[in-house]
Write a protein that binds this ligand. Structure first.
Ligand code: C2O
Length: 345
């Protein structure tokens, strides 16, 4: 059977490994669960590369994050607020949510075929909340284009200390223009060599290595399964995706907070642009011809579902929206994303 959405009311303690965290990352509880209805799409959102964004769009993105941060102050339980949005990642990834009907099993949305669809839904609502706050239905998240040589450093907009996009909890040696290394634990220091290695690493995880959809996406994960672990993840998740988290997490902090640990990653605004690029990798991979089928048709995959709050301002009773993976293909992907891009070998 497919994984069921969590019950927000029974959300509990979050962990790193065996260590309980003293942060409460549970969402506000919802009194009503409705099935999410994809709203009609009038204009496509176009996500652009962060390093090529014009100043007006950078300013707009700063304003959106600022507005989300202001919601935190106005009402810390507002599900649209910046810290509640960050907590979503903690609750779904650090053991706070249990599987309904299997209370001894934590939900873990990494290291399995749920990785891409979960994060696509997560960004979908994050982006819609921002669009709603900005009153700009065309607003789209910029993506950190780390698969391209010009994007292989933190986009400057995230490094201005007085901006809403800044996060002090980052590896200080890796602020721009330090060159991003997509190989985990690499000791290479020559930037030209790093960039060339990054490009072959990207080629391998997108094209060279995967021989099946689950090789790329991650293994099956169903209702009643133990939480998957790192080796079960797909080439992309375990490769470039994890490397960016590890490269940029702050080694001064116990768990490499912020972006270096699941529970805290969403506190860094760069996280969402990182994942916008991860999401883009899914689209690119999907469009590259291969000698294996790209679509996973297992109903336990298609019907796996999650719970999110949407962009509407909600006073109690709050209504959480249940979404499933199948619905992504009914519109989220094509309606929300247009990617003018090329994968470079
Ligand atoms: Cu949910 Cu990059 O992790």
């Amino acid at each position: 059977d497919p994984l069921l959405p969590p019950d927000f009311k029974s959300c509990g303690v979050a962990y790193v490994g065996e260590d309980p965290l003293d942060v409460n990352c549970c969402p506000p509880t919802s009194d009503v669960i409705k099935d999410y209805k994809l709203p009609p799409v009038h204009r496509l959102r176009v996500r652009r590369a962060a390093h090529r964004l014009n100043l007006a769009n950078v300013a707009k993105y700063k304003r959106a994050v600022k507005m989300m941060r202001d919601l935190d102050v106005a009402d810390p339980t507002d599900p649209r607020g910046f810290s509640q949005q960050a907590n979503i990642h903690c609750a779904y990834c650090n053991g706070a949510h249990d599987q309904v009907g299997h209370e001894e099993l934590d939900i873990q949305v990494h290291f399995s075929w749920l990785f891409f669809p979960f994060h696509r839904w997560y960004l979908y609502f994050y982006e819609r909340i921002m669009a709603d706050l900005l009153k700009d239905p065309t607003f789209a998240l910029p993506y950190w284009n780390w698969d391209h040589p010009k994007g292989m450093q933190l986009p400057w907009m995230f490094d201005e200390e007085d901006s809403s996009l800044y996060d002090p909890n980052r590896n200080q040696d890796r602020r721009p223009p330090a060159v991003l290394n997509l190989a985990l634990n690499s000791t290479i220091t020559d930037p030209v060599q790093i960039i060339s290695n990054n490009l072959s690493l990207m080629y391998n995880e997108m094209i060279g290595t995967p021989a099946s959809a689950t090789d790329f996406m991650g293994k099956a994960y169903r209702d009643g399964d133990a939480p998957p672990t790192y080796p079960d993840g797909g080439t992309s998740e375990k490769g470039s995706h994890t490397a960016v988290h590890a490269w940029f997490g702050d080694p001064r902090n116990e768990y490499n907070e912020d972006i270096g640990n699941f529970y805290s990653a969403g506190r860094d605004p760069a996280f969402y642009s990182h994942h916008a690029n991860v999401d883009r990798m899914w689209t690119i991979w999907n469009d590259i011809p291969a000698d294996y089928p790209k679509a996973i048709t297992d109903p336990d995959y298609l019907n796996a579902s999650f719970l999110f709050y949407d962009e509407t301002k909600q006073l109690p009773p709050r209504r959480a929206a249940a979404v499933n993976i199948q619905d992504l293909s009914k519109g989220v992907k094509t309606a929300e994303k247009v990617f003018p891009l090329k994968l470079r070998k």
